[in-house]
Design a protein around this ligand. Structure first.
Ligand code: 5GP
Length: 114
């Protein structure tokens, strides 16, 4: 079995994390190194590694993550807009091999990204 990710360790209470929401499918954490005034991570409990490794059966779970991101955007009052990001692999900027959705807001965000 592969090693537990940092996010699984937070879910299991092995290491601390600033948890904003949790249910049977996912948790929402404040990012430890925020890139915007609001920077949350929506993370499935299932240790999916990345989008490139999702299976067809994971579609409802990925949809759920986006649904929770939308709910968090409302809860954190991101009416002026927000960005949802999923980094995949080295060129995508992925640093933690446990799928997560970034939700960023409360400042204008540039496009294209760096
Ligand atoms: P990635 O680069 O894989 O898309 O995003 C990983 C994110 O996890 C980064 O934004 C990073 O700041 C965040 N992160 C890494 N370690 C921890 C941690 O221990 N706790 C929390 N809350 N966030 C973390």
């Amino acid at each position: 079995m592969s090693e537990k990710s940092i996010f699984t360790k937070i879910m299991e209470g092995e290491i601390p994390g600033d948890i904003q929401y949790e249910d049977d499918d996912c948790i929402v954490l404040k990012d430890i190194s925020p890139q915007a005034p609001v920077h949350l991570l929506i993370i499935p409990r299932k240790p999916l590694v990345r989008i490139a490794e999702m299976s067809e059966a994971d579609q409802p779970l990925i949809g759920k993550l986006l649904w929770i991101a939308k709910q968090m955007a409302a809860q954190f009052e991101l009416e002026e807009g927000f960005r949802i990001v999923i980094n995949n692999g080295p060129f995508g900027g992925e640093s933690v091999p446990h799928l997560h959705v970034h939700l960023l807001g409360k400042r204008p965000l540039k496009w294209p990204p760096g």
